[in-house]
Design a protein around this ligand. Sequence first.
Ligand code: T5A
Length: 217
Amino acid sequence: MNGLFITLEGVEGSGKTTQLSRLKKHLESTGHRIVVTREPGGTPISEAIRDILLDPTNGAMHPMTELLLYEAARAQHVAEHIRPALESGAIVLSDRYTDSTTAYQGAGRSISPETVGQLHQIATQGVWPDLTIVIDLDPTEGLRRRADDHAHDRIESEPVDFHRQVRTAFLALAEIESERIKVVDGSMSPDEIAGHIAALVDPLVEQKRGQLDRTPE
Ligand code: T5A
């Protein structure tokens, strides 16, 4: 595919949404066509599944149901939105993707890596990120930031130990897949984090320059 697929990952409130909007502006200023999306979500069907997943009244949800719903939302997102955008040469920036499932449902809910891996294959149909940036932050700080601006959803309401396991899983993934996954310290200021992210993204954009779609001058 001609496009470039970049995902941002991290614990709750680590600053992914803040950084995605900065990265979008940075890349648009270089004339590239940028598609920003998120998981769970990104299409009407996937957003409807998101509502079910995050609804705090759905406390009875079984871990396997949760896993299948995240992957179902992803299957629709990839087929309807991500793959066509990449085929058309866009730079796609996604707030979370498969690594979140590995960390939250795999490590957090103790579902086997084999099961999670098989479902990733089915849902993504081979669409994998070129680069993943984990914004690493102590989950207590992330949850504090989130509590400042909205009520906690079903996943955010999990005990802090759950979120610690998720953080550990992201860092472990970054060690295993050190080529694809880069870790940035989320306790820095938004400007400093944006600088580190741009330094990781710019060389990749340069490499793919000839293939990427540019917005009309
Ligand atoms: N999930 C998701 C799974 O369990 N499995 C999966 O497969 C997938 C895809 C999604 C939930 O679903 C789970 C993970 C999540 O629990 P969500 O609402 O999309 O739910 O949750 P998040 O992705 O965590 O989004 P948040 O909005 O909670 O966090 P962000 O985007 O990381 O943080 P952001 O940028 O909104 O910032 C939070 C606050 O901190 C401030 C911001 O101004 C904001 O107030 N902030 C900073 N403060 C100080 N220093 C900085 N550097 C700051 N950067 C931002």
